[in-house]
Design a protein around this ligand. Structure first.
Ligand SMILES: [Zn+2]
Length: 431
């Protein structure tokens, strides 16, 4: 698989030059720590402080190894496993046509050379759609369908965003980082956090040791070593920069947010499709009204009206009378699922699970995972029948406001699955 790169030529050049700058900076810092600070100052007379020299060298090289390992892990992840959503069939076909066009036609900038708009797939059997309605909760549009990317022609699962930098949809997208030369997302965020934290700590060690030497030279009226001043400026710049990055990233980890989530976070409203039980009763009069959507979606081209699908004023009771289920086998009936379309209040973060769970979702559940850039974040698993990413207490609040029971609390998918399995087991015994 070719590495994933920015579609912009200028960005590609910047991301190629930055590793050279970083390599030069790390090389100079290593020379300064070993030769200038430890050998020429701490180990030389009159200082002769072997303990301090060993402590600085051990700390420096330990942090350097961890920094370089996490940097390599970030680069490899964003290049070869960045967590992209597969392109839809329409986008694959469009790319194939684009590639087959002569170069002159592309550069002419005519209508044909422009990417055309591809709206949400109207096909009820649209590839990937079943992935959503087999979950209990997912982020949706006002009509109850998942979000659609017109560039990639695919359905966007929760927390997926389209990156114009790499022209692809990215899982739990965070930001495009020129320092590591790629898109930070679900697969690489943990390693990125480790990289900026280790770099900050490394620069802190260098700054502390070099600052001590400079202070000694000033107090003893010795001639100031320009190499010490140079390393202080270098380490100071990177320490300040990575300190800001580290605190911001750690804050996002603890809040279970990304840079993308943060955009307009105080006014952001999430629309959630929440599965409602087939025997649900209408909400109490004090609860808010909500539209519903039933999957599989009707085939609009065959003339079926979309009353049950799209904004309507139905309550769950409308769908609890078994309507439609008489034409289905038990498996089909269980496959028909109705979702209430509920809205969060502005600024609510449905992903906030509590600081400790948020931390473990990204950094891992044991201390080795937190410090070593080896295992990926637990949040990369989307096997759960409940949702793509776990929902926090905000889902309880939203469901309570609308008088809907939280399917994750009531173990809805589990009971349906047990029902299906027991029916199938019973059927097999009788045949
Ligand atoms: Zn996209």
């Amino acid at each position: 698989m070719p590495p994933v790169e920015s579609t912009r030529a200028a960005t590609r050049w910047v991301t190629r030059i930055i590793p050279i700058i970083l390599a030069a900076a790390f090389s100079y810092a290593t020379y300064a720590v070993v030769a200038v600070l430890c050998v020429s100052f701490f180990l030389a007379p009159p200082t002769r402080n072997t303990g301090a020299a060993i402590a600085i060298l051990v700390l420096y090289f330990l942090l350097l190894i961890l920094t370089l390992a996490s940097y390599a892990r970030v680069i490899l992840t964003i290049s070869f496993d960045p967590g992209l959503v597969p392109l839809g069939p329409l986008a694959i076909e469009r790319n194939r046509i684009e590639k087959s066009k002569p170069k002159a036609a592309k550069e002419a900038g005519g209508l044909e050379s422009r990417a055309y708009y591809a709206g949400p797939d109207r096909n009820p059997d649209s590839p990937g759609l079943e992935l959503f309605y087999t979950k209990d909760v997912f982020v949706c549009e006002s009509d109850g369908r998942p979000k659609w990317c017109s560039e990639c022609c695919n359905w966007k699962t929760d927390r997926v965003h389209h990156s114009s930098e790499i022209e692809r949809c990215v899982l739990r997208m965070d930001h495009f980082c020129p320092w590591v030369g790629g898109m930070i997302g679900q697969n690489s965020f943990k390693f990125f956090v480790q990289f900026v934290c280790y770099t900050c700590a490394l620069c802190g060690v260098v700054l502390g040791a070099a600052g001590f030497v400079l202070r000694h030279q000033i107090l003893n009226n010795e001639e100031l070593d320009p190499r010490v001043i140079a390393v202080i400026i270098l380490a100071g710049f990177f320490c300040f920069f990575t300190f800001l990055m580290s605190t911001t990233s750690l804050r996002y980890v603890l809040l279970n947010m990304t840079n993308v989530d943060m955009l307009g976070a105080t006014s952001k409203v999430y629309q959630l499709a929440v599965v409602v039980p087939r025997d649900a009763r209408p909400p109490t009069t004090s609860a808010l009204a909500y539209p519903t959507v039933t999957y599989p979606l009707p085939n609009l081209e065959l003339g079926l009206n979309g009353e049950a699908n799209g904004p309507s004023k139905h309550t769950p009771a409308t769908f609890s009378d078994g309507s439609g289920s008489t034409d289905h086998t038990s498996r089909d009936a269980l496959a028909v699922r109705t979702f209430a379309i509920l809205k969060t209040e502005p600024g609510e973060n449905p992903w906030h699970l509590g600081y400790w769970r948020n931390w473990k979702e990204v950094m891992g559940s044991n201390i080795l995972d937190w410090f070593l850039p080896i295992s990926k974040s637990p949040c990369i698993s989307h096997e759960s029948h409940e949702s793509f990413y776990p929902f926090g207490p905000v889902l309880d609040d939203v469901c309570a406001r609308y008088g809907v029971s939280n399917p994750i609390r009531r173990g809805h998918s589990g009971s349906e699955m047990r029902e299906l399995l027991s029916r199938e087991a019973g059927g097999q015994r009788t045949t």
